[in-house]
Design a protein around this ligand. Structure first.
Ligand code: HEM
Length: 409
């Protein structure tokens, strides 16, 4: 007689230590599971998660309590219909095409170079502390045209915003720190917004200050909330993607050697990292009506947690789903950064990550510059560091031993 395993507890240390085994149990035995701790419904199969992202019946109303308080206002993920389409059209051009190539690529390249210069001859470094957590946030601060001397302040703020967003256990200290951060960011940004309204520059913040939507401008609070969103949505995620790709490649030396030999494989390595170890593991939705999925019906108004990390390893969708393989053919790198993607790391549908191409560019530049700078790179501790986090997830530390170009191996 085969026994059915117990359902996992998503708030338990065991789940955080190894969510992937729990995802397997959920996909197989509890494809729709009402989690008693949070009262939310967990969905884990690719088919169900992609429906939750694509079908409008799954609203994003839960962001009203999940992120609005910490951003101090309504932001894109929470919006729907025309309001969402108009706001998204306003910001999307900065994150793709000509603006990305001509205006922001040099900013991305400079920031990567400056960070690498600081440990080029160190022999050993923690890639998370010295590179991954710094690089994307520095890029956003520069894109917004804010003071580079404030990079460290933004680094602390984004940490507090992200912790608020991932506070499944409702820790009151985390909540209070997030709300205090929101106040500090508002006090910092409002005078700068006044200056940019009066004398706009060529930066993203000026673009937000001067843009007109249906004849009205974004208020100071709208802009502050959006900047706060960008810090979290564009910082934390890309940071985990960079740490993840190095962790995965260093753990698979044959695939790392292939990428070193043919840099055309970098996009495939990014996509496989996003599938295998996605930076964002949980996204919530709130169905406006009862919806039937694998395993039963989700009632209208309930909270559904879409388990991206589970869907991306669904063996119904991918062959050898639990293996890291940059050569897999089920995912086309050509559209992996568009809403037609064959994975759910960026969501899908109308809220598909607006920063996906910016993220791809950042990770690609970061990987290429690091591989160029260090012909030799290994885990300093001899093994891959473990991942941490249940909402967003990645290694907390990634100590590496480095052989610089021209150095002795
Ligand atoms: C590898 C890096 C990234 C990952 C894994 C990621 C993941 C995601 C996911 C899963 C969503 C969908 C949220 C939902 O459907 O509720 C999303 C949306 C979003 N992302 Fe990203 N993201 C990344 C990088 C970025 C960057 C660099 C930016 C901008 C600087 C950004 C800005 C946004 C925004 C503004 C949205 C909301 C879009 C909307 O609601 O229309 N993201 N992202």
């Amino acid at each position: 007689m085969t026994t059915i395993p117990q359902p996992p507890d998503i708030l338990s240390p065991a789940f955080e230590a190894d969510p992937y085994s729990a995802y397997r149990v959920l996909r197989e035995h509890y494809p729709l599971f009402r989690d008693p701790g949070s009262g939310s419904y967990l969905i884990s199969r690719y088919e169900d998660v992609q429906r939750a992202f694509r079908e409008p019946v799954f609203t994003t109303d839960s962001y009203a309590w999940q992120i609005e308080p910490v951003h101090g206002g309504r932001t894109l993920p929470q919006m729907s219909g025309r309001e969402h389409a108009v706001r998204r059209a306003l910001v999307a051009p900065a994150f793709r095409g000509k603006d990305l190539r001509e205006k922001f690529l040099p900013v991305i390249e400079r920031n990567a170079r400056e960070l690498i210069d600081a440990f080029r001859d160190a022999g050993e470094t923690d890639l998370v502390a010295r590179f991954a957590t710094r690089f994307p946030i520095n890029v956003i601060v520069d894109m917004l045209g804010l003071d580079r001397a404030d990079h460290d302040r933004f680094h602390a703020w984004y940490g507090a915003v992200v912790d608020f967003f991932a506070n499944l256990a409702q820790d009151p200290v985390v909540t209070a720190t997030g709300l205090r951060t929101s106040g500090e960011l508002t006090a910092y940004l409002h005078p700068i917004i006044q200056e940019r309204r009066a004398a706009p520059g060529d930066d993203l913040l000026s673009a937000l200050c001067t843009a007109e939507i249906d004849g009205t401008r974004m208020t100071d609070q709208d802009i502050t909330a959006f900047v706060s969103l960008l810090l979290a949505a564009g910082g934390e995620t890309t940071d985990k993607a960079i740490a993840g790709i190095f962790r995965n490649l260093l753990a698979h030396p044959d695939q790392l050697a292939a990428v070193r030999a043919d840099r055309g494989l970098v996009p495939a390595a990014i996509v496989e990292t996003l599938r295998y170890s996605p930076p964002v593991h949980m996204i919530m939705r709130q169905p406006a009506a009862d919806v039937t999925l694998s395993g039963g019906t989700v009632p209208a108004g309930s909270t559904v947690i879409c388990l991206i990390g589970a869907a991306n390893r669904d063996e119904r969708r991918y062959a050898r789903a639990e293996a890291f393989d940059i050569f897999r053919t089920e995912i086309a790198a050509s559209h992996a950064f568009s809403a037609a993607a064959d994975h759910v790391a960026f969501g899908l549908g109308r809220h598909f990550c607006v920063g996906a191409l910016l993220a791809k560019t950042e990770v690609e530049v970061g990987v290429n510059q690091l591989l160029d700078a260090f012909p030799g790179m290994d885990f300093a501790d001899g093994t891959a560091p473990s991942e941490a986090g249940v909402f967003t997830r990645g290694p907390r530390r990634l100590p590496v031993r480095l052989t610089p170009r021209g150095g002795r191996g």
